[in-house]
Ligand binder design. Structure first.
Ligand code: ZN
Length: 304
C-alpha cells in the first residue's frame, strides 16, 4: 500500500510539505489517560483488536532563508526502531518520502526535534552503509550536514532517563548527534521564519515549532496532543504526559491563540497530513477543521 506523502501547504511565503514516516498503532487508553473509554471511543475512527489506534507520523519539510528544514524525524529505520513485522501499520518510511520530493539526506541543513521520544527522533541516526547493525559504533547522523535543534532540558532528560522514560529515550537516537546539537533554553529564532517555542507538559523540555511569514503563522505542536479531540477539550490530557496539569495550561493558551489569530495547526500524530485550524463553534466549543493540501511537490532544495 502506498503511503501518502508530500502534500503541500504554505504559510505566507514559506512553502512546506508533510513528509510521512508512515503510521503506527498505539494503545488508545494510554493516549486518553483518565478519560473514560465510553467518551473517547466515540472520537476514534479505527481501533484494532488490541484497542490500539492508528497514529500518523507526520514530519514537515520546509525551506526558509535558503535552508532546508526537517521538523521531526519519525520512528526511524534502525534495528528495533520499527514495530516487529506483522503489525498492521507501515512505518519508518521517511527516507522514501524525502526521496520522492528529490531531497537527499545531505540536503537537510536543520533538523528540529520537538522532544526526544523514540517516535519523534528515530531518523536522527542510521546504520552506516555496510556496517554491522549490532555494533553501536556503526551509528551515524542520518543528515550529515544538519544541525539538530533541541530543547536543553529535553536533551538532559533524554541523556539521564529514569525508570519511566528509559524505554523511549534511546541512546541510539541521540549519542551519534551529540556534537551537532544546538540546545535551546528559551523561545529561539532558528531562522527568521522558524521559531522554537517551549511548550512543557508532554515532557519538561518539549517545544513546538512556530512558522511565521507575513501576516500568517502556524504551529507544529509535536506531542502536545495525539488526537484532535485533545485540542478541542481542555481536560483531555494524554496519559503519556509527564506533567499533565502543565500540559493542560500550555495547550489552553496556545489553542486560544491559534483560534484568535487563525493559525495553521500542524499535528504529528493526526491522520495524514494532520493539517488544520482550530475554530470556535457558535455554541462556543473549540473545533478542529481539516485544511486541504494546496497541491503536491516542493521546490527542490537546490532550486532558488
Ligand atoms: Zn509521539
Amino acid at each position: 500500500m502506498a503511503i501518502p506523502s508530500g502534500d503541500r501547504f504554505s504559510i505566507g511565503s514559506v512553502p512546506f510539505a508533510v513528509v510521512n514516516d508512515g503510521s503506527h498503532f498505539y494503545d488508545a487508553g494510554a493516549i486518553f489517560g483518565v478519560v473514560p473509554r465510553v467518551m473517547w471511543e466515540r472520537q476514534v475512527r479505527v481501533l484494532d483488536d488490541r484497542y490500539r489506534m492508528e497514529t500518523g507520523l507526520n514530519c514537515l519539510l520546509l525551506r526558509s532563508e535558503g535552508k532546508t528544514v526537517l521538523i521531526e524525524s519519525g520512528v526511524g529505520g534502525k534495528p528495533g526502531d520499527r514495530e516487529p513485522a506483522g503489525t498492521p501499520a507501515s512505518e519508518g518510511t521517511l527516507m522514501t518520502s524525502l526521496d520522492a520530493l528529490g531531497v537527499a539526506p545531505e540536503d537537510i541543513d536543520i533538523v528540529v526535534n520537538t522532544h526526544l521520544h523514540s517516535d519523534h527522533c528515530g531518523w536522527n541516526t542510521s546504520i552506516a552503509p555496510g556496517a554491522d547493525p549490532d555494533d553501536p559504533d556503526s551509528l551515524i547522523p542520518t543528515f550529515p550536514n544538519a544541525t539538530y535543534y533541541i530543547g536543553r532540558r529535553e536533551w538532559e532528560d533524554a541523556n539521564h532517563p529514569n525508570e519511566r522514560t528509559r524505554a523511549t529515550y534511546l541512546a541510539r537516537n541521540i549519542d551519534p548527534i551529540a556534537d551537532r546539537v544546538e540546545l535551546l533554553d528559551d523561545e529561539t529564532a532558528i531562522t527568521e521564519e522558524v521559531r522554537f517555542l517551549p511548550t512543557p507538559g508532554h515532557t519538561h523540555g518539549h517545544g513546538a515549532v512556530v512558522v511565521r511569514s507575513g501576516q500568517e503563522w502556524g504551529v507544529y505542536v509535536g506531542d502536545m496532543v495525539q488526537h484532535r479531540s485533545q485540542l478541542e477539550r481542555t481536560a483531555w490530557v494524554s496519559g503519556l504526559d509527564i506533567l499533565p496539569l502543565v500540559s493542560m495550561e500550555t495547550k489552553k493558551e496556545l489553542v486560544e491563540r491559534c483560534i484568535e489569530e487563525e493559525a495553521l495547526v500542524m499535528f504529528c500524530h493526526g491522520p495524514y497530513p494532520g493539517i488544520g485550524r482550530m475554530t470556535r463553534t457558535p455554541e462556543g466549543y473549540r473545533k478542529w477543521v481539516d485544511v486541504e493540501s494546496e497541491g503536491v511537490g516542493l521546490p527542490h532544495p537546490h532550486e532558488a
